[in-house]
Design a protein around this ligand. Structure first.
Ligand code: SF4
Length: 327
């Protein structure tokens, strides 16, 4: 990606910390003990296939999923501890904004773009003149002509709708944006535009968590990446290093699906099949992993392997050699 050095504005202190987060729906655990942090001014990409728990993670951080246990802290405020009036009061600050996956469903078709972008400001008690000024500024920030302000969602393109969602989130001055599959419904031209926009927001100091199943999109903008499988965090670290030298077999499978990525070592063919003998195990990937052994019946904990990198795999250092490949 051209432009400023990626993550140049990122600080070393964590804006968001997620500590041993567990989410259950009707007793079914869909997020299992995820621990992560997001530094101020960076983009953390969260990747995984459908059912991996990536959207659940974002929704739990935003207070939209039932947290069974664990903690979420943003800028020193423990969000998982807020209830009632304290929670409503914190939400009115607009510090955390969730950008939903489907703009057409997320936007009220009866409202104009100006009303949609300004609704959070009105709730926060900003006067009408202030709302108008900040709506105009938010539209400009996402590259939308102010002339669109009077149109309704059905009268603008998909790419414009996605940018309206971003403008609505930005209008209230958030510290953290949670973007759920922000480009999955867009054509190639609109996708690139929105990705450049997200990178530009990061470079202007906004912190972002971007959920995606599309590794190529994340690779172009994210500073670090968290890989989820089966509701568990299986690897995280700087995105360039994770994708070029994956330490987890599932990350290797994902990285192989983005052929444009440069790799320092070839990925063993067995990892690319993404299927194994079906060993039942404690590791969330055991049923598909060609490198699973009896030891994988114990859930692997997330361990630091290099500076800034961590992986949950008993055979993180040896599976590439295929010496342990199960017959
Ligand atoms: S812990 Fe075992 S089953 Fe899980 S990814 Fe590593 S080798 Fe495969």
């Amino acid at each position: 990606m051209s432009g400023p050095e990626r993550g140049a504005g990122a600080g070393t202190s964590a804006l968001l910390t997620i500590d041993d987060l567990v989410v259950e729906y009707s007793g079914r655990r869909v997020l299992d003990g995820v621990t992560l942090s997001v530094r101020e001014g960076e983009i953390l990409g969260v990747i995984g296939e459908t059912g991996s728990g990536k959207t659940t993670l974002a929704r739990a951080v935003a207070g939209l999923a039932p947290v069974h246990s664990g903690r979420v802290t943003l800028g020193g405020t423990e969000l998982t501890g807020l209830r009632g009036r304290a929670l409503r009061s914190w939400r009115r600050t607009g510090a955390l904004q969730y950008v939903f996956q489907d703009p057409l469903r997320a936007l009220d078709p009866q409202h104009t773009v100006a009303t949609i972008v300004g609704e959070g400001l009105a709730v926060a008690g900003v006067d009408p003149a202030g709302v108008a000024a900040r709506v105009a500024a938010a539209l400009a920030r996402v590259g939308l002509d102010e002339g669109l302000a009077g149109r309704r969602p059905g009268q603008i393109s998909g790419g414009q709708r996605q940018r309206v969602l971003l403008a609505r989130a930005l209008a209230v001055g958030p510290r953290l944006l949670l973007c759920d599959e922000p480009v999955s419904a867009l054509d190639a031209s609109s996708r690139n535009h929105v990705l450049r926009l997200l990178a530009g927001l990061r470079d202007s100091g906004v912190t972002l968590v971007v959920i995606s199943h599309d590794l190529s999109s994340l690779a172009g903008i994210a500073d670090r990446v968290a890989v989820l499988y089966g509701g568990r965090l299986v690897e995280h670290g700087p995105i360039g290093e994770v994708l070029t030298t994956p330490h987890h077999p599932y990350t290797a499978l994902l990285a192989a699906s983005a052929p444009s990525l440069r790799r320092e070592r070839p990925i063993p063919a067995a990892a690319l099949r993404g299927e194994g003998p079906g060993l039942p195990g404690g590791c969330s990937y055991a049923a598909r992993c060609p490198f699973a052994t009896e030891s994988c019946a114990i859930v692997p904990s997330l361990s630091t392997v290099d500076d800034g990198r961590a992986v949950a795999c008993h055979h993180a250092k040896t599976w590439r050699d295929e010496r342990i490949l199960t017959p």
